[in-house]
Design a protein around this ligand. Structure first.
Ligand SMILES: Nc1ncnc2c1ncn2[C@@H]1O[C@H](COP(=O)(O)OP(=O)(O)OP(=O)(O)O)[C@@H](O)[C@H]1O
Ligand SMILES: [Mg+2]
Length: 405
């Protein structure tokens, strides 16, 4: 039989070459049944590279910070382990240079010898908890839809994309997906899905810190499909813009709690717009099939590319495309020539279908399964995620984002 108590215990790995610290650590953790202590005697310079931290909840490394080779070995170890398990550094000497070196290594915490037992225990508990929280929060794939002109179909395409992502798991469980209407003034997402908008920005504004998972839950609307929606009631007469902090806090929260997030953006550029675009994995500019529409799209691509050097590459979706569009005479070749590489998809025109879906407050696929609009959109947003085995993989290397910064 396996040793059950051991396997359920919290494994703490300690690396030290100091007999006094070894003794102290044994006394501190030894009596605790919940702790499975793995003591490794040796210096980090000798043993750091081969240290096995498998199953460890926390790794404590006693390091002679006066020696560059010791600090170098600790840096290699933290790089090798990444964020998990967290590493707590213990040093004898401590000054500004040591602090700086440890910070750059992103150790979870550091303690100076001699220390109180309670401080060591607390540091371990805190590091373990923080690492768990970080792991529990997902790093969303973010799809942002930006209009080139009014009425181009941003809301329609954002809603459909969110539905496609929600159902992209095939037979597996639906990935958690959230559609966020950032068009606070003329938002239509809630209407298109026949939902009660529940986001109350005015309530959050006085203290953005209050906005946590629990408050977000209250402010989410839930569509019967399983889609979560963040939308505020429309205040057309209210010409106000919300505080940057409120919006970024909201974005930070949704992007850390959902696997997929879709943003429906307004046409006006706000203080928080850059942060949203920079944090996106996919950025789609939606245009209609008209000469002015394409011209605006092209200008927007240029402006965004220049403004957000490190951001995602803006891609243009031309909506309401019709091969037989004699009135404007725009053909696919014209669009390609105008937009070049930035052009990624032409979504067919089907007013009756879109109208019916909006009027009924349901996704397009519910009105007409396998319709041309959804099919085309799927090719763009869902199909590239699949590998040969049919496994879903992230499109781009995930951007580690912190909207709040
Ligand atoms: N592919 C399409 N074929 C036909 N009609 C469409 C298509 N996409 C959108 N529409 C119609 O275009 C209109 C505008 O769509 P939507 O509200 O999605 O645009 P928007 O860019 O969000 O507009 P706004 O600038 O008001 O936010 C709606 O009436 C919708 O029915
Ligand atoms: Mg809209």
């Amino acid at each position: 039989m396996h040793n059950g108590s051991k396997s359920s215990a919290t494994r703490v790995v300690i690396l030290t070459a100091d007999p006094a610290f070894e003794q102290f650590a044994r006394e501190t953790f030894g009596a605790a049944k919940a702790i499975d202590l793995a003591m490794i005697f040796g210096s980090v310079a000798e043993a750091g590279d081969t240290l096995s931290a498998e199953d460890a909840k926390v790794v404590i490394v006693d390091c002679d910070a006066a020696r560059p080779d010791e600090l170098g070995a600790l840096a290699r170890l933290t790089t090798r382990l990444g964020a998990r398990p967290p590493v707590i550094a213990v040093t004898q000497v401590f000054d500004a240079d040591v602090a700086r070196a440890l910070m750059q290594m992103r150790v979870a915490d550091f303690l100076v010898k001699p220390m109180q037992a309670i401080d060591l225990v607390r540091a371990c508990a805190r590091a373990a908890k923080n690492a768990d929280t970080a792991a529990a929060s997902t790093d969303a794939q973010i799809y942002t839809f930006l209009p080139a002109v009014g009425g181009a179909g941003v809301t329609t395409l954002a809603v459909q994309t969110a539905m496609l992502l929600l159902n992209s798991g095939g037979t597996r469980a639906k990935p958690s997906t959230c559609l966020v209407d950032l068009d606070f003034q003329h938002g239509a997402v809630a209407d298109y899905l026949d939902l009660e908008p529940r986001l109350n920005l005015a309530e959050i504004e006085p203290s953005p810190d209050r906005l946590d998972r629990q408050l977000l839950e209250v402010m989410l609307s839930h569509h019967s499909s399983g889609l979560a929606v963040v939308a505020a009631p429309n205040r057309p007469a209210e010409m106000r813009s919300f505080d940057h902090d409120v919006v970024t806090r909201l974005l930070d929260l949704v992007s850390s709690h959902f696997e997929y997030v879709v943003f429906d953006m307004p046409r006006t550029w706000f203080a928080w717009t850059d942060a949203v675009l920079l944090g996106s994995n996919k950025l789609y500019i939606v245009s209609e099939t008209t000469v002015p529409g394409l011209r605006h799209a092209k200008q927007l691509v240029a402006a965004i590319t220049e403004r957000l050097e490190d951001g995602p590459k803006p891609e243009v979706i031309v909506n309401r495309f019709s091969q037989k569009m004699f009135s404007s005479g725009l053909r696919l070749a014209d669009i390609q020539q105008t937009l070049g590489d930035a052009f990624v998809s032409a979504i067919p025109n089907d007013y009756a279908l879109v109208r019916e879906a909006i009027d009924r407050g349901v996704p397009l696929d519910e009105v007409k399964p396998g319709n041309a609009i959804t099919t085309q959109l799927k090719k763009l947003v869902v199909d590239p995620m699949r590998t040969v085995e049919g496994k879903s993989v992230p499109l781009l290397k995930k951007l580690k984002l912190s909207f709040a910064s």
